[in-house]
Design a protein around this ligand. Structure first.
Ligand code: COA
Length: 201
């Protein structure tokens, strides 16, 4: 009985702290579904979070940097970051969006992962500080993907359902459903579905 009451109080406190943490993000335009939280320490002072839409039961670890950049006319609808139901995002994630970044349902994004749908212009003989950013190229990470720690997902990448990205990968191109990829640049190591069907046949 006493444990049930303590459990209820703990749950309430966690929800309360989670809600309080989310207030600056909400004020900057981020939308949260039910039972979705972001940990403390995220960047909100200098980042826009308008267009960031988090579905229900999503947990984002501390020290995140999630931003939308809307400084030109090529993307009239504005940048959109959407994170699907029950996904888990580790601490110190960077998600920076000029066009559209979609993360599916029940994805596990480990710590220190960066997902960036644009670049700095690098084909001009000006400082990157002055030449600015390229247009965004949409990134899609479909349901049930696992992105290993310290990985980079670069502009235009699409990962199919249930892909696994090894730790420390730089993903520069797209891969179909059930790909296990690793390395820099990331290459196909195996097809998970073939492996599991071999094991259980
Ligand atoms: C990708 C991963 C899941 C594969 O695990 P696995 O199925 O046991 O695969 P194996 O260890 O058999 O490796 C298969 C091949 O891929 C290579 N490989 C595996 N992970 C790699 C990585 N992160 N980078 C480069 N190559 C990698 C292996 O060297 C091996 O190559 P080989 O066949 O030429 O010897 C695992 O290596 C990994 O990186 N996990 C992520 C860990 C992580 O970030 N955890 C955070 C927890 S929240």
């Amino acid at each position: 009985m006493i444990y049930n009451i303590v459990g209820l109080i703990m749950n309430f406190l966690v929800s309360l702290i989670g809600y309080l943490c989310s207030i600056p993000a909400r004020a900057k335009g981020m939308k949260f579904g039910k039972k979705s939280y972001i940990g403390w320490g995220y960047d909100f002072l200098f980042s826009s979070m308008k267009g960031v839409i988090i579905d229900d039961d999503v947990l984002i670890g501390r020290d995140a940097w999630i931003q939308t950049i809307n400084n030109n006319d090529t993307n009239r609808d504005g940048p959109i970051i959407s994170i699907g139901k029950s996904s888990r995002i580790g601490r110190s994630v960077t998600i920076s969006c000029k066009k559209k970044i979609t993360i599916g349902e029940k994805c596990l994004i480990s710590y220190n992962v960066s997902i960036l749908d644009h670049d700095h212009y690098c084909y001009e003989l000006r400082s990157p500080v002055e030449s600015g950013l390229t247009d965004g190229e949409e990134i899609i990470i479909r349901d049930d993907c696992f992105i290993g720690a310290h990985s980079f997902i670069l502009k235009g990448v699409q990962l199919g359902k249930h892909c696994v990205v090894g730790a420390n990968c730089v993903v520069t191109k797209s891969f179909p459903d059930y790909s296990l990829i690793a390395g820099n640049p990331a290459k196909l190591v195996k097809n998970i579905k073939c492996q599991t069907s071999e094991q259980f046949s």
